[in-house]
Design a protein. Structure first.
Length: 145
């Protein structure tokens, strides 16, 4: 971990006091207005694969290591999201069931090695549609019928 400075958003009630004071590691239960500043400082993101978050990371062109919730813990939508981002070259994926400290560190090393390629793929991607653009598409489609 000496290669990385870690900002860990761990969720309400999940602060591990045993990790307090560790060099290059800072944990927060929750952030609000600070999030944009934290993301701006971030070189890489390790995250679950909720659609809102990963599309925000895509818009910010942040190389991602996604660890989707398993089918045992979710509907499977995060698995689909992560696979879509992997196929498009936007992220690396580590399945929760396959995660171990060794595999996690190997995935982080790969993320760092693939940084430029991931950013290039994200830069070349068509940007997500705004609500206005989506409405225009719907109207155009209904006019064709």
């Amino acid at each position: 971990m000496q290669t990385f400075n870690v900002i860990h958003l761990c969720g309400k009630g999940n602060i591990d006091e045993g990790l307090e004071g560790i060099a290059q590691y800072c944990q927060f239960e929750y952030v609000t207005h600070e999030l944009s500043h934290l993301l701006h400082m971030t070189d890489f993101v390790v995250s679950r694969a909720g659609s809102y978050s990963i599309f925000e990371f895509l818009a910010l062109k942040k190389p991602m290591l996604l660890i989707p919730l398993s089918r045992q813990k979710s509907r499977g939508d995060q698995i689909l999201n992560a696979e879509l981002f992997r196929k498009n070259g936007f992220a690396l994926v580590l399945e929760e069931e396959e995660a171990s400290p060794e595999r996690f560190m190997k995935a982080l090393d790969q993320l760092k090695a693939d940084e430029e390629l991931l950013i290039e793929k994200m830069t070349d991607a068509e940007p997500p549609k705004t609500a206005y653009e989506m409405a225009k598409l719907v109207v155009a489609h209904t006019k064709k019928r």
